[in-house]
Design a protein around this ligand. Structure first.
Ligand SMILES: Nc1ncnc2c1ncn2[C@@H]1O[C@H](COP(=O)(O)OP(=O)(O)O)[C@@H](O)[C@H]1O
Ligand SMILES: [Mg+2]
Length: 333
């Protein structure tokens, strides 16, 4: 039977920055992504007509038109606007109903009509905050409501565990999965695919952008573009902005490792490991050249409660979570 004849099995990574859908095509994972972002421009009938003709995903909410997904940064740049986000630090903002609606639109544009004839979907959820500060219960309930409309059977997977599922098959799903995104970082220590310790911290690429923007008087959206195009964590920043990015990236690594040391320090919860375990870095924020090396150097510099054999970087960091969610849909549902 071919993949297309089977009921669809899908993995979905719902990140602050991007939503990634994974499906299996000819035995291999295939990915589609949309930015989890929007901009609003003034409504006119003409603008509406033009957007429809151009196939730009949008929603009319007079007196505005909301442009969402991958097209939003183009319009933000064009009209000197900041893109906005339905989610913040990994979870939906419960204050605004509009956010949920936008997420619904973005998810629907990725799913197409998938699910009408049944099928399975596994979606990623952030782990509880290390400091217990934020609830993911509302977030999960809202996602279930939106995703349930597709008709697909649902389950969720912890984001860090999804990285383990997606990237650590070689160690029999034993190791530490790390996902550094825009809004947050998720970490999971798993032993033979069983999650032992998972947590999240509300820090990521957005914070780096925001702090570097503040330090240099730039707009965060522009800082992000420059960071993604030309930033390397190689200790040789070429200008003031790259210098600021270096400072706040170093801080991100420090914060993440401090959190890991704290979370893993409760030895009564640690499994008795018979050998060191691998650590896998994923998520868009690990992409700057030199990140893996800086992270490993900082990890090796001090004590670390879990013996780590090697620090690896995913070959495809933007897709690791979705890939793991797909694996979970294919094997666990
Ligand atoms: N080439 C790149 N270099 C540096 N950072 C990048 C690059 N590409 C994406 N990012 C950053 O990665 C973050 C988004 O990562 P992603 O894993 O998609 O996040 P989320 O899980 O929050 O949706 C953003 O902060 C973005 O700026
Ligand atoms: Mg993510």
């Amino acid at each position: 039977m071919s993949d297309t004849e089977r009921e669809p099995c899908l993995g979905l990574d719902i990140g602050t920055s991007r939503i990634v859908l994974a499906r299996r095509v000819q035995g291999k994972p295939d990915f589609q992504a949309q930015l989890n972002a929007f901009v609003t421009i003034p409504f006119s009938k003409m603008t509406h007509k033009v957007l429809k003709r151009e196939g730009v995903p949008h929603k009319v909410r007079i007196p505005e038109i909301i442009i969402y997904g991958n097209e939003s940064p183009r319009f933000a740049e064009l009209f000197h606007l900041e893109t906005r986000r339905p989610m913040r630090h990994g979870v939906l903002n419960p204050g605004e109903r509009e956010n949920l609606d936008l997420l619904r639109q973005i998810v629907a544009s990725l799913l197409g009509g998938e699910g009408k004839g049944g099928g399975k979907l596994c979606y990623s959820l952030p782990a509880p905050r290390l400091d217990g500060s934020e609830e993911i219960q509302y977030h999960d309930a809202a996602l279930r409501q939106v995703l349930g409309e597709s008709g697909l059977e649902l389950r969720s997977i912890d984001e860090g565990l999804a990285v383990v599922y997606g990237e650590l098959e070689a160690s029999n799903y034993t190791g530490i999965g790390v996902s550094c995104g825009g809004g947050m970082c998720n970490v999971c220590l798993a032993y033979l695919s069983v999650p032992v310790i998972s947590f999240s911290i509300p820090t990521g690429g957005d914070l780096v952008d925001g702090r570097a923007a503040q330090a240099t008087g730039e707009v965060a959206t522009r800082v992000r573009l420059i960071k993604e195009r030309s930033f390397a964590l190689n200790g040789r920043p070429s200008d003031q902005l790259h210098r600021a990015l270096t400072v706040y990236y170093e801080d991100l690594i420090r914060t993440l490792l401090t959190a890991m040391r704290q979370a893993f320090s409760d030895t009564s919860r640690l499994p008795r490991l018979d050998r060191p375990v691998p650590l896998m870095l994923s998520g868009g924020s690990v992409l700057p050249e030199g990140f893996r090396e800086r992270f490993e150097a900082a990890l090796r510099k001090g004590e670390f409660p879990v013996p780590v054999s090697e620090v690896m970087q995913s070959a495809d960091p933007l897709h690791s979570t979705a890939k793991g969610a797909l694996m979970a849909a294919l094997t666990d549902m």
